[in-house]
Design a protein around this ligand. Structure first.
Ligand code: SF4
Length: 118
């Protein structure tokens, strides 16, 4: 696998024994080993997207998860994000969806958007 933690993109080789990680090689720094183990046992991702917004200069408000979510929950989270709609004004870091899918992570605004006059 390729480590995605920095632009070096180290090619990692993971040796398994009885389904357990026995060794990781090819990593230039310790983050590569941590990444490989996590990716094989509990893969997670930060998720960025947009939420529909009314009354603002744009139709889409950029949002991001407040923390990592399990990779296999990305589709469920995207369904909630797609169904959501907010009204301007919105401030950066406002919570748009609290505890999305019960994962203990919020969807938050990654920029502010003022209300525009009709
Ligand atoms: S192993 Fe370290 S140096 Fe290599 S890509 Fe990952 S974070 Fe970057």
């Amino acid at each position: 696998m390729v480590c995605i933690n920095c632009p070096m993109s180290c090619h990692l080789k993971v040796t398994l024994e009885d389904g357990q990680v026995k060794a990781v090689s090819g990593n230039t720094c310790p983050r590569g080993e941590t990444y490989a183990i996590k990716e094989l046992t509990n893969p997670t991702r930060m998720l960025t997207s947009t939420v529909n917004i009314k009354g603002a200069i744009h139709n889409g408000l950029p949002v991001i998860t407040s923390g990592d979510i399990p990779k296999d929950k990305i589709f469920d989270v995207m369904k909630e994000i797609t169904a959501a709609e907010v009204c301007a004004p919105v401030k950066i870091n406002d919570v748009i969806i609290k505890d999305v899918c019960g994962l203990g992570v919020d969807i938050i605004a990654s920029r502010s958007m003022e209300k525009v006059n009709d």
